[in-house]
Design a protein around this ligand. Structure first.
Ligand SMILES: C[S@@+](CC[C@H](N)C(=O)[O-])C[C@H]1O[C@@H](n2cnc3c(N)ncnc32)[C@H](O)[C@@H]1O
Length: 278
């Protein structure tokens, strides 16, 4: 039984990092005419009404998109992301936060395709209401379903893997899924979001991802909160990109210091960026 609902967290600082990277990568990949397949292995509900009970309960969006909403001085990659969120909020007030499938759809073209996996029945229903026939929707396990889609017919693909990490097994399943994906489609672009926690699984994940030995990788981390004395709680998050497109590193080199200052607690905010290009 899945307990995690993204509506409690939509638009928080972790979503900001994830979605800035996603949109920047998509912009670079759609600069070429040839169609691509976008696959979201853990799609969520697609969009989130910020006035509703779940979003209001923790109010996490206030420390993410809420803190950036009125900023006009953002570096290019963040400005591009803010434009996409603003396009979902005609009228100027922040009411809706678009999830990864909605943000991706805003940049995909007629020649591209989209496959969305979501296991939670309520979020799957929301996704179906949001996309109908505009995407291939799969109420299935994204970790196991991915391999059947690889390689995509055009040999161009972007895969977002954004698990809830409700269970520690998500970390090992993620690594197994990626190992398999790379044997089928070594040149695919894979984006992995992970939480920055004080657990061994979380701290070891970047090293284990590098050990998969993709041709190139990029690792971005944004820390916004101090470690808690009880050892629990999210300090920030990371995005690990396998086969990053050219230009992403420079874009994040501009975006991350700005995001750390805008979203991080004073004296705690940190960012890190590391990459290996073939
Ligand atoms: C972090 S949320 C996704 C957020 C979304 N990617 C976004 O950025 O807007 C993770 C989602 O994965 C779903 N989920 C959990 N395990 C899954 C699995 N094995 N396969 C597919 N979906 C799963 C959860 O129900 C949840 O909606």
């Amino acid at each position: 039984m899945l307990a995690y609902r993204h509506a409690f967290h939509a638009g928080n600082a972790a979503d900001v990092l994830k979605h800035v990277v996603l949109l920047d990568v998509l912009a670079r990949m759609t600069a070429k005419d040839k169609g691509l397949l976008y696959i979201d292995t853990h799609a969520g509900a697609g969009r989130y009404a910020l006035g509703e009970r779940m979003a209001q309960r923790l109010g996490e969006y206030a420390g993410g998109i809420g803190a950036l909403w009125r900023r006009t001085d953002a570096p290019a990659a963040v400005a591009f992301y803010l434009d996409a969120v603003r396009a979902c909020n005609p009228g100027g007030a922040l009411r809706v936060y678009p999830g990864s499938p909605r943000l991706a759809a805003s940049r995909l073209r007629a020649q591209d395709g989209m496959v969305l996996f979501e296991l939670h029945p309520a979020d799957y229903r929301a996704l179906r209401a949001e996309f109908g026939a505009d995407a291939q929707l799969r109420p299935e396990d994204g970790f196991t379903g991915l391999k059947a889609l690889l390689p995509p017919p055009t040999r161009r693909g972007l895969v977002l893997i954004d698990p809830s990490y409700e269970r520690d097994s998500d970390y090992t399943r993620l690594l197994g899924c990626l190992r398999d994906a790379l044997t089928r489609f070594a040149t695919g672009v894979y984006l992995v979001w992970y939480p920055q926690l004080q657990s061994l699984e979380s701290t070891q994940l970047p090293r284990r991802l590098k050990a998969l030995a993709p041709a190139g990788w990029l690792h971005a981390q944004l820390t916004t909160a101090a470690p808690r004395a009880d050892g629990f709680g999210l300090m920030g998050s990371g995005m690990f990109v396998l086969n990053p497109p050219y230009g992403l590193h420079d874009a994040l080199r501009q975006a991350l210091p700005w995001l750390a200052e805008a979203l991080g607690a004073p004296g705690v905010a940190r960012w890190a960026l590391d990459a290996h290009q073939p």
